[in-house]
Design a protein around this ligand. Structure first.
Ligand code: ADP
Ligand code: G6P
Length: 473
């Protein structure tokens, strides 16, 4: 068994479901913030990534991707239902996102969640060399840090929560709240996207475990667990390289041409998820059309909504509702050859996404709740010429950083309409000043800065940061 000094443990391997293990395995990113973010730092690093390859049954043997080893964890059909679709995505995901969708508490899911977490912990323990650092990701694997510590007390263990960590009044609803909290506290460092999350965590550690806790440390079982906010970011250099590529520039021009050279293009890019506020956005846009503030010939809306978690009922229902609404809006306001909304339910490559970002005049990112939202940051990074408007929900983690966006409360449909109009009508100088400020922020806070901050906090000797190549040069 080959072992590594750095091990990442995440529910998914950073490959999409269809990446065939036929020897020609390349790093194909699946849509979603976690894989997008870690791609940049891990691609050039000798490390092992432990995760699910998608599908059920025996996990395929996967070849290395550059210097990264892939250690697949297999899931059975029952695991998939109880752990991934059940406890992770029907209980934790909605609860952690302000319960914008009713969380489901089904008792038998817990046992599967625990068993699968143990399987991930066992796999990580197997591939980690003596004294290695193991970095566990996200809400799917909250029990892994503690399980791993029991198996391998020699390891340095990090945990990072990519999604919001809820306030006590929501977390307290969880039937297995104590185990979940204790699980995370197996780590040496628990990282969150926002300060508020670290604060919620400390409150819960005091309330549920009687631990001595501040927003920076939790004392438990004779150990001190450090906590903190490490807002994740994107590979700014990658986006910059993409948008200056001649083929991407001409693809963007072609897109605008294919859209009928409208005066304005509004763009949204989301996983098809009820946290993303797609329905509220469609309502706002349809009312702007109804009331004549927006004309189909002048303005085009493009909604990219990539299918996600398709076997989960709430996602199927959401998709039906959205597709019904898009159909209604196009039926009512579109003309022959001129739909009001271009709806694309497909995954795109990075270059295609970059071209889309370049084509947009107004990027509309209005989740009801989002840990960070990388799409907003990708749009800003893609605007090399400093043009374009970003409409951004106050409830996205990225709103704390991209303060010059047109910030909006997406629950307030009238406010949303008014903000969309303001963004569409803003003058160039205003837009340029906003974009310049957001781009400055992003340039100083890219994915490498995030990784450096987290890894140096996990290991203050600087060894890890050097190992991953994210140490300052
Ligand atoms: P979440 O993590 O909830 O999916 P984020 O906005 O943080 O939301 O991250 C989404 C990531 O998925 C981004 O990197 C984005 O570029 C990517 N993505 C979104 N839609 C698509 C798509 N249709 N095809 C490929 N990648 C996509
Ligand atoms: C969010 C989560 C990730 C997850 C991604 C895609 O970004 O934080 O952990 O991988 O969504 O969701 P999926 O269920 O397809 O992995």
């Amino acid at each position: 068994m080959r072992q590594s000094s750095l091990v990442v443990v995440a529910n998914r391997l950073p490959l999409d479901d269809n990446a065939a293990p036929d020897g020609a395995c390349e790093w194909r990113r699946n849509p979603g913030g976690l894989a997008s973010a870690l791609h940049a730092i891990l691609a050039p690093t000798p490390a092992t990534w432990v995760g699910w390859a998608g599908g059920v049954g025996r996990a395929p043997a996967l070849p290395d991707v550059g210097s990264l080893r892939l250690r697949p964890v297999s899931l059975t059909e029952d695991d998939l239902r109880g752990y991934y679709e059940g406890f992770a995505n029907s209980t934790l995901w909605p609860l952690y996102h302000d319960a914008v969708q009713q969380p489901v508490f089904q008792r038998d899911w817990w046992e599967t969640y625990r068993t699968v977490n143990q399987r991930f912990a066992d796999a990580a323990a197997e591939v980690a060399e003596e004294g290695a650092a193991v970095w566990v990701q996200d809400y799917h694997l909250q029990l892994v840090p503690r399980m791993l510590r029991d198996l391998r007390p020699d390891l340095l263990i990090g945990f990072f929560m990519h999604v919001p960590f809820p306030p006590p009044e929501l977390f307290m609803q969880l039937p297995r709240r104590v185990e979940l909290l204790r699980g995370m506290l197996g780590a040496d460092l628990v990282g969150f996207q926002r300060e508020q999350a670290a604060h919620n965590f400390a409150q819960l550690a005091r309330k549920l475990l009687g631990a001595e806790a501040t927003d920076q440390t939790v004392a438990i079982d004779g150990r001190t667990v450090r906590t903190g906010a490490f807002p994740i970011s994107i590979d700014v250099a990658e986006m910059r390289a993409l948008v200056t590529r001649p083929d991407v520039v001409s693809q963007a021009k072609q897109l605008r041409h294919d859209l009928g050279q409208p005066k304005r293009v509004l763009l949204s890019v989301d996983r098809l998820d009820y946290t993303k506020g797609i329905e509220h956005r469609l309502t706002a846009y349809s009312e702007l059309l109804r009331d004549g503030y927006v004309k189909v010939r002048d303005t085009v809306m493009v909604q990219v909504a990539v299918p996600s978690r398709e076997r989960v009922e709430s996602y199927q229902e959401l998709r039906d509702r959205i597709e019904g609404e898009v159909g209604r809006i196009n039926g009512e306001y579109g003309r022959v050859g001129e739909p009001a909304i271009h709806y694309l339910n497909q995954p795109f490559g990075r270059a295609q996404l970059a071209a889309l970002y370049q084509t947009a005049d107004v990027m509309v990112v209005t989740p009801l709740r989002d840990g960070m939202n990388l799409v907003a940051k990708e749009f800003v990074a893609a605007r090399e010429d400093g043009s374009g408007a970003l409409v951004l929900s106050e409830f996205a983690g990225s709103a704390a950083e991209l303060e010059q966006a047109f910030l909006v409360n997406p629950h307030d449909v009238d406010g949303l309409k008014e903000t969309l109009l303001r963004a569409m009508q803003a003058d160039r100088a205003d837009l340029a000043a906003r974009m310049a400020a957001m781009r400055r922020h992003l340039a100083g806070h890219d994915i490498l800065v995030w990784a450096r901050a987290y890894l140096s906090a996990l290991d203050d000797t600087g060894h890890l940061a050097t190992l991953t190549g994210v140490a300052p040069g």
